[in-house]
Structures are given as structure tokens and as C-alpha cells.
Design a protein around this ligand. Structure first.
Ligand SMILES: Cc1ncc(COP(=O)(O)O)c(C=O)c1O
Length: 460
């Protein structure tokens, strides 16, 4: 049965939203005189708002989530059928789609073995942090508990995840933060901290070693990194970076936690972002694309070796992972995720992400020739950023109002693009494109044409 909105008073809906809903990451003063945006329906790459205006969505639901596109009836059917069969039981017991999805997911992740379910990217990261801290508690009186994170990376909204986030504007005013999280420098070569060098990747990775040695290797349990930094400006790692990070982790017995909340499930043209770099992680966390937004589900995935360490002393009632998330037992999550991963497989969407990503990157590099404001184009697969500058020689970032205006112009033109939003004091200057993995060349042409017009406008 299709939901019928034909008799719905859409003005009343919007008014209810304006009166009662507090939108995410939004200054509401504007909505005292203007109507808030309300999205109503979506199909494939396109979404429509309460005014009936249709947009080509080049950010997969605003925050790189709806990877298989809107209106997938087979995911909705799978969720409905599962809810009728068995909607929920606490995940201290298993359920059918959970077991099947876990096995399917692990097929895509050689070396990994165990899946822990929860509801959001932040929560998936918190679980890994708790595992690291508990291992320290079990094995060495809690000494090896610190977690290193990187400037510019984002790991979530909860206080623990925010404590491990390297974005000043996301953190300001929300402290004090949890102890035990330590920052290391970013790896954006375009904004090199060492001048013009030919081994930037190695130098940036050696910053991890410096922090480990400063803190004391015996105190450092893990490092958490995005494979490609997302909201921090779509930062693809420089050459040699990951090899050195992996070697340092091994040398100092530091666990490697890769946050794939954005990059996971095909976004970058491989199943997972880390698989571009030959990395062997100890933890991989994922959320957004796991069920493409059709249900709230996240996963903390680890190795059998880590899992075994929580079984080592069954006589100690405190030695196993004593964590629960009520909604980690919702069977709708893995039911949606199982159908989502089948769609990605059957429609070869990982390959499409790689092929269309190359096409998009090339088109944007051509656009860069035309617009001096584009300082750098970065990306992998259908995950691309354009860093905007006032002057290519000095790399002075444009004021964020310029990026806001460009995104608004594209929206007026019927194309939704993203941008770094309330992340940094001076670097909210990167536009982001992350269309659904189903996109075609025609879709991408339409996106780049809108961007071209908006950039022309911005240049005056
Ligand atoms: C890399 C990364 N990790 C974690 C999160 C947090 O995910 P969630 O908003 O589902 O808690 C995000 C959200 O944007 C993210 O980009």
C-alpha cells in the first residue's frame, strides 16, 4: 500500500514543523519569517519538498546516507515483513536478519569476524572506545586506555565521540570533555604543516608516533581515524600515510580503529575506504550507508582475536563486554541492512561508485581550469570535495558565506550539494558531493552544470 498524501494539508504540516520541531544544526531565527524546509517524497536520485519542488540530491540525504537511492520498495517490504514476524528482542539474544546480515558483511571484510549492533555512528564509535578501555582494565589495570584522534576528523555527537573529534566549532561550548582522548595533527597536504616536502605522507603519519611517545606508549590503547576525512573537508590521505600509520600501530601495540561511518558500504568505490590502503584494522565502525537511511543501524566490527580477549576469564563476572543498547535489538535494522547490501551486490553499485567517481572527478578537474576559486579537488569514488580559495597562490580560504551562497544557488537550481558546516573557525570552505551510488553520467552532468553556474555567480 502506498502512503497517500493527496488529502493532507501540507501548509498545516509545515506550520506544525515551524512551531514544534527543533531542526538539527540549524539557527531557527530565520524560521520566524520564513518557512522551514520539509521533505516529502523521494525516488531514485530525486527528492521533493513540501512546495512540490524537486531536487537532484547530490549528497544522499544531506549527510551521505541514502546510498542506494530513495523509494526502494524491496527494503521497505523486508522491514515490514520482519516487523510483523518479530519486531524486537534485546540483542542479548540473536535474531534472523542480524545473523544473516553479520555473515554477509563479514564476507566483505577479510580479517574481521564479529559484529556488534547499535543505532548510530556515534554509538558505534563509543562501543569501540569502551572495548579499548575495558581491555586496558582487564589486562593492565587500565593503564593502556588512551585513544588518539586526528585534527579535522569527526566521530560523533555524544560527549565521548565529541571528545575524540578534531573540529573546533563542533566542540566549542559543549565541554568539559571526557579525559583520555588526545589529538594528533591532520594530514591535508594542501595545507601542509611542513612546507613543500616530497614525503608529506610519512611526516604526517609520524605525528602519531610523536604523540604516542609524548603520552607514553604504555598508556595508549588505540587510534581512531577516518579512512578519508569526510565532514572535515573530504581529505584523501597523502601517499605513504597509511603504511606508516599501520607500522607505528604495530610497533607500539596500539589498536587501529577505522571510522567508516561515511566511507563504508561502497561510497569510495570499494566496500570500505580502508581497503584502498591495504590496512588491517582492529575495529571498523559504520552506520549511514549500512541501511541507506531506511532504518537506524550501526555496527562495531572487530577481529576474533579481540573478541576472544573478552572470553579469557569466564569465572570473572566483570570480564565480558557488559554493554547494551536497547534499540540494537530492533530487527528492522539488520532486515533493512541485509536488503541494502543485496541491492549493492546485485546492481554492482560498488563498481558504479568507482566508475562514476572517476567521471565526476575528471569533470570537476575540468571545472577547476575554468574557476580560479577552486583551489583543490579531492576525492575517491562518489565522495568528492572542492576546497574554495580567494587566491590559488596564497590559498586564502573563501569566507564560509561564499560556500553557503553557492550551495543555496545550486538548490535554487534544483540540485542539492553539501559543504563543511560549523566545523572550523576559518576552513568552512569545502563543497561536498556524495550522490547515491546509483547515479548516472547524466545525473553528474546536471550536478556539475549547476555548480558551474553557481561558481560563475559567486565570482561576480
Ligand atoms: C565519520 C563520522 N563518524 C561518526 C559520525 C556520527 O554518526 P551519527 O550521526 O550517526 O551518530 C559521523 C556523522 O556524520 C561521521 O561523519
Amino acid at each position: 500500500m502506498t502512503l497517500d498524501y493527496s488529502n493532507l494539508d501540507m501548509d498545516a504540516v509545515v506550520e506544525n514543523d515551524q512551531t514544534h520541531v527543533w531542526h538539527h544544526i540549524t539557527q531557527h531565527k530565520n524560521f520566524e519569517s520564513a518557512k522551514p524546509p520539509v521533505m516529502v517524497s523521494g525516488k531514485g536520485m530525486r527528492i521533493s519538498d513540501a512546495n512540490g519542488k524537486e531536487y537532484l540530491d547530490a549528497v544522499s540525504g544531506g549527510v551521505w546516507t541514502v546510498n542506494v537511492g530513495y523509494g526502494r520498495e524491496r527494503i521497505a517490504d523486508a522491514v515490514r515483513d520482519q516487523l510483523v514476524k518479530m519486531c524486537y528482542f534485546a540483542n542479548s539474544a540473536g535474531n534472523v536478519p542480524g545473523a544473516m546480515f553479520a555473515a554477509k558483511l563479514i564476507e566483505k571484510m577479510p580479517g574481521m569476524s564479529r559484529v556488534y549492533f547499535s543505532n548510530s555512528g556515534s554509538e558505534a564509535n563509543e562501543k569501540a572506545y569502551k572495548m579499548v578501555r575495558q581491555l586496558a582494565a582487564i589486562e593492565n589495570n587500565g593503564v593502556k586506555h588512551k585513544i588518539i584522534y586526528r585534527e579535522r576528523d569527526y566521530h560523533g555527537t555524544t560527549i565521548g565521540a565529541l571528545s575524540s573529534t578534531g573540529q573546533s566549532q563542533r566542540k566549542d561550548q559543549y565541554g568539559p570533555f571526557a579525559p583520555g582522548f588526545v589529538e594528533m595533527p591532520h594530514c591535508l597536504e594542501y595545507r601542509s604543516q611542513y612546507g613543500d616536502v616530497d614525503n608529506y605522507g610519512e611526516l604526517a603519519a609520524r605525528e602519531l608516533e610523536k604523540v604516542i611517545l609524548r603520552e607514553g606508549p604504555e598508556t595508549v590503547g588505540a587510534v581512531v581515524l577516518e579512512p578519508i576525512t569526510a565532514g572535515g573537508g573530504v581529505i584523501t590521505p597523502p601517499e605513504g600515510y597509511w603504511e606508516t600509520i599501520q607500522q607505528i600501530c604495530k610497533q607500539y601495540n596500539v589498536l587501529l580503529h577505522i571510522d567508516e561511518v561515511v566511507c563504508g558500504l561502497g561510497r569510495t568505490g570499494k566496500w570500505f575506504g580502508y581497503q584502498h590502503y591495504g590496512i588491517k584494522p582492529d575495529f571498523v565502525t559504520m552506520a549511514k550507508g549500512v541501511a541507506s537511511g531506511y532504518a537506524a543501524i550501526s555496527c562495531t566490527v572487530t577481529t576474533e582475536e579481540i573478541f576472544d580477549r573478552f572470553k579469557a576469564n569466564p569465572d570473572d563476572p566483570m570480564s565480558y563486554f557488559r554493554d547494551i543498547s536497547t534499540f540494537g535489538g530492533c530487527a528492522s535494522g539488520p532486515a533493512a541492512a541485509l536488503e541494502n547490501i543485496r541491492i549493492i551486490e546485485e546492481e554492482n553499485l560498488v563498481e558504479n561508485s568507482a566508475v562514476m567517481g572517476e567521471y565526476l572527478l575528471e569533470k570537476l578537474q575540468n571545472l577547476q581550469q575554468k574557476h580560479p576559486m577552486i583551489g583543490q579537488v579531492r576525492g575517491k569514488g562518489l565522495f568528492v570535495g572542492l576546497e574554495l580559495v580567494t587566491d590559488r597562490a596564497t590559498k586564502e580560504p573563501v569566507h564560509e558565506s561564499v560556500a553557503v551562497q553557492i550551495a543555496a544557488d545550486c538548490q535554487k537550481d534544483g540540485v542539492l550539494i553539501g559543504r563543511t558546516n560549523r566545523s572550523f573557525d576559518e576552513f568552512n570552505n569545502t563543497l561536498c558531493l556524495s550522490p547515491a551510488l546509483i547515479c548516472t553520467r547524466d545525473d553528474l552532468d546536471e550536478v556539475v552544470d549547476a555548480l558551474d553556474r553557481a561558481l560563475m555567480n559567486a565570482a561576480g
